[in-house]
Design a protein around this ligand. Structure first.
Ligand SMILES: Cc1cc2nc3c(=O)[nH]c(=O)nc-3n(C[C@H](O)[C@H](O)[C@H](O)COP(=O)(O)OP(=O)(O)OC[C@H]3O[C@@H](n4cnc5c(N)ncnc54)[C@H](O)[C@@H]3O)c2cc1C
Length: 449
């Protein structure tokens, strides 16, 4: 917005800290927050040199093909150099630096402390003309604007505001997953290791637990454990460690058990994946859009939330660049439609995994069993065939999509693997030695074995 308007006001109800730190309005900020390569690139596009600055602040560069030990669908993914590049840091450091760069680079952007209480509209009720703000002094004041962007996160009140203005509520999808995450910052134990991050996912439909080790600034780790459908970690020392011990590969506990805790254990529940379909509303006003979690907020299983929020910023920038200043008619609808391009993909990927559990409640997509079978073959191939993992990593990082998963060559490989024609020697030959992690022999299918 700063590139397209002469004045931008960010209305934030929290007192924003002048150093990296958690705050009430972002209760998830103590949990591990990985930024995908696509998100990292978008941020760098808006703020040139951003990641160089973050490296100075202590961010850890990650080659996600080589530096991440990833146990998924019962096997370690193949490790390979030259995967998507990303960076490890706390959510609070990342958020702080985005804000700092924005306010440093753009003198015409200001932050106003207040709680947005509703929308203003014109006499025809077809154009949003601003917001009502509950200020620090307790008074409600109008603030006029050409464009209002709701970036208020998962707890957005936009559906209610639109309903109050006579537009009705947007259709909504909810998928009940009942996940709880628990995280703490630790000092890593001494010793050499050939990975920088570790992710261990349980194998659905029976294994509901997962554990992550993620490097952050200051040479520290953020440790996260989580469980689906009420199989939750607890916030006490013993319970946290016991839960970590039960994560479905022993290497996880072995790696983290001797880490020295630095922070308390922070819990965060994600009861549902939640998505509003604003683009399907019969009527939608001009001058108003919603982005980020306010549209689509899901299980952070694959770390897509900040990247989809960044894609929202990029999409808005594109929509604005296509129009002359002051020519905002139709922009809102156009923007909301375009967000489906990336939200559809992230939503399908995450809810697809969530629906592997029989307890998951929500509208299951048609042919979900076929999809589950097919994607499982691909996930398994990512462990035994480095060329598949090389093609799938950009999908994980939102750089590529269904065209990879549904390409004829991928289909042939998946089908051959799935029906047991894995005497395909090419798979064995292309499998890069060594897989550096011990895996239970009955859980990994090795090509040709
Ligand atoms: C446990 C957990 C782990 C996660 N891990 C990852 C990860 O690894 N990678 C990743 O990319 N994403 C992750 N996410 C998702 C990520 O946190 C969100 O997708 C992202 O923060 C969404 O950004 P946003 O700007 O839309 O909303 P938020 O970051 O939630 O920000 C909303 C802001 O709006 C303010 N606000 C709200 N209402 C009002 C109001 N009425 N008036 C004024 N201000 C208001 C709030 O104070 C807050 O500052 C995770 C989420 C959870 C829950």
């Amino acid at each position: 917005m700063a590139d397209h308007f002469t004045s931008v006001t960010i209305i934030e109800r929290d007192q924003l800290p002048d150093a990296p730190g958690p705050r009430k309005g972002v209760p998830q900020s103590r949990q591990t927050h990985a930024i995908l390569e696509r998100g990292a690139q978008i941020i760098a596009g808006f703020f040139p040199g951003f990641w160089e600055e973050m490296l100075v602040e202590g961010s850890v560069p990650l080659d996600s093909g080589q530096d991440m030990a990833w146990f998924h669908h019962g096997a370690w993914k193949a490790r390979l150099a030259g995967g998507p590049t990303t960076y490890g840091q706390s959510r609070t450091l990342l958020e702080f630096h985005v804000r700092r760069r924005l306010l440093k680079d753009c003198a015409h952007v200001r932050v106003l402390r207040g709680d947005v209480a509703g929308l203003l509209h014109d006499a025809t009720n077809q154009q949003i003309t601003g917001v009502r703000v509950n200020g620090e002094d307790g008074n409600v004041a109008p603030l006029e604007a050409e464009l209002v962007v709701d970036a208020s996160g998962r707890g957005t009140r936009a559906p209610r505001w639109l309903e109050e203005l006579g537009y009705g509520r947007p259709p909504m999808a909810q998928v009940r997953i009942d996940v709880c995450y628990a995280s703490r910052i630790v000092e890593p134990p001494p010793g050499a290791r050939d990975w920088k991050a570790m992710m261990v996912y349980g194998k659905a439909p029976h294994e509901k637990r997962m554990g992550f080790i993620f490097p952050i600034e200051g040479g520290r780790w953020n440790l996260t454990v989580a469980g689906y459908h009420g199989d939750h970690p607890t916030a006490d020392e013993e319970g946290f460690l016991e839960f970590a011990r039960s994560v479905h590969h022993p290497d996880y506990f072995a790696a983290m058990q001797d880490a020295r805790p630095i922070s308390p254990i922070a819990m965060h529940k994600v009861p549902t994946d939640q998505r509003y379909y604003y683009e399907r509303m019969a009527r939608f006003p001009d001058g108003f859009i919603t982005v980020g979690d306010a549209i689509c907020s899901f299980n952070p299983l694959f770390g897509q939330g900040m990247t989809t929020a960044s894609l929202g910023a990029l999409t808005l920038s594109e929509c604005l660049a296509e129009r002359a200043p002051g020519q905002g008619k139709g922009l809102s609808r156009d923007f909301q439609k375009r967000t489906t391009r990336y939200n559809d993909a992230a939503w399908a990927q995450v809810t697809g995994e969530d629906f592997r559990f029989s307890e998951t409640e929500g509208e299951r997509p048609p042919m979900i069993k076929v999809l589950h079978w097919y994607t499982r073959q691909i996930m398994e191939l990512c462990s035994v065939d480095a060329s598949v993992q090389r093609r799938m990593l950009p999908v994980t990082h939102m750089q590529a999509g269904m065209e990879v998963i549904l390409s004829p060559s991928m289909m042939v490989k998946a089908l051959m693997w799935g029906v047991g024609l894995r005497g395909n020697r090419a798979l064995v030959v292309s499998h890069p030695p060594p897989i550096r992690f011990q895996s239970p022999p009955n859980e990994v299918r090795v090509a040709g074995a």
